[in-house]
Design a binder for this molecule. Structure first.
Ligand code: NAP
Length: 248
C-alpha cells in the first residue's frame, strides 16, 4: 500500500517539486492550490504521466473549513495520511515596516501563520497514534528569513516564518510520543514565482549570486530535503530546522 501525503500549495514552485518527487518515490499525493487550477492540474498530469497518483484540491489554508476539507478529500481518495507538507505561503512587496499597512500584514500572518497552524493541527488530529492515526511525518516550509529578519523587505514575512520555526519545535515535542515527527526546511533564495508576486522577479537570481554557493537554489533542491524528512531515512530526526540556503 502506498503512503499518502498532502501538500499545501502543491500547484507551483517548491510544493509542486515536492509533489513530483513524492510521487516518484511512490507516495499518493493530495495537491492543494488556492486559485490556480491550471497549475494544480498540470502538477497532477505530470505525476500521472510518470505513473504516480495525485489529485488537485482547491482550498484556502486561512479557512478552517477548507483545511479540514483538504484532509478529507485526500483521505477519501487515497486513505489515511502518513505525511503532511505545510508549504503554502506568500510574500508581499518589499517595504520598511514603517510603511506597511495592516491589510498586508494580516494577509501575510493569516496565510503563513494561521494557515500553517491550522494545517499542522489537522495533521496532528489525523496522524497521532493516540487519535487513531498511524503516525508519520510533518514538514513545515519555513524560510531563512526567520533568522535573517528581512530588513526593509518584509519583516512581517520573516516574523511569520519565525512562528513556523517555533511551531516546529513545540509540535515535535507534543507529537514525538504519538508517532509523528515534525521538522522544518528553511529555504534560502529559491528560483520560483514567489519573487514576482513580491514585485521582484529577478530577486532570486540577483541575491542568490551572493550566497556562499554562488547561485540561487532550485525548487527541486528544496524538495529533496522535504522528501528526505518525510521518509524513513530521517527516522530519528524531529524538531530540526534544516537550512537549504546555499550557505547563506
Ligand atoms: P510560489 O511559487 O509562489 O507558490 C505558492 C504556492 O502556495 C502556490 O501553490 C499557491 O497556490 C499556494 N498558496 C498561496 N496562498 C495560499 C492559500 N491561502 N491557500 C492555499 N494555497 C496557497 O511559492 P514558493 O516559492 O514555491 O514558496 C513555497 C513556500 O516556500 C512558501 O511557504 C514560501 O514562504 C517558502 N519559501 C520560499 C522561498 C523562495 O525563495 N522561493 C524561500 C524561503 C521560503 P496557487 O497556485 O493557487 O496560487
Amino acid at each position: 500500500m502506498s503512503k499518502v501525503v498532502l501538500i499545501t500549495g502543491g500547484s507551483r514552485g517548491i510544493g509542486r517539486a515536492a509533489a513530483l518527487l513524492c510521487a516518484a518515490r511512490g507516495w499518493s499525493v493530495g495537491v492543494n492550490y488556492a486559485t490556480n487550477r491550471n497549475a494544480a492540474d498540470e502538477t497532477v498530469a505530470r505525476v500521472e504521466a510518470a505513473g504516480g497518483r495525485a489529485i488537485a484540491i482547491q482550498g484556502d489554508v486561512c479557512e478552517e473549513a477548507d483545511v479540514i476539507a483538504l484532509f478529507d478529500a485526500t483521505t477519501r481518495a487515497f486513505g489515511q495520511i502518513d505525511g503532511f507538507v505545510n508549504n503554502a505561503g506568500i510574500v508581499a512587496p518589499g517595504s520598511a515596516l514603517a510603511d506597511m499597512d495592516v491589510a498586508r500584514m494580516k494577509r501575510v500572518f493569516d496565510t503563513n501563520v494561521l494557515g500553517a497552524y491550522l494545517g499542522a493541527r489537522e495533521a496532528a488530529r489525523r496522524m497521532s497514534t493516540k487519535r487513531g492515526g498511524r503516525g508519520g511525518s510533518i514538514v513545515n516550509v519555513s524560510s531563512a528569513a526567520a533568522r535573517l529578519g528581512s530588513p526593509n523587505e518584509y519583516v512581517d514575512y520573516a516574523g511569520s516564518k519565525g512562528a513556523v520555526d517555533t511551531l516546529t519545535i513545540g509540535l515535535a515535542k507534543e507529537l514525538g510520543p504519538e508517532g509523528v515527527r515534525v521538522n522544518a526546511v528553511r529555504p534560502g533564495l529559491i528560483d520560483t514565482e514567489i519573487h514576482a508576486s513580491g514585485g521582484k522577479p529577478d530577486r532570486a537570481a540577483q541575491l542568490g549570486a551572493l550566497a556562499p554557493l554562488g547561485r540561487p537554489g532550485t525548487a527541486d533542491e528544496v524538495a529533496q530535503s522535504i522528501v528526505w524528512l518525510l521518509s524513513d531515512a530521517s527516522a530519528y530526526v524531529s524538531g530540526a530546522l534544516l537550512d537549504v540556503a546555499g550557505g547563506r
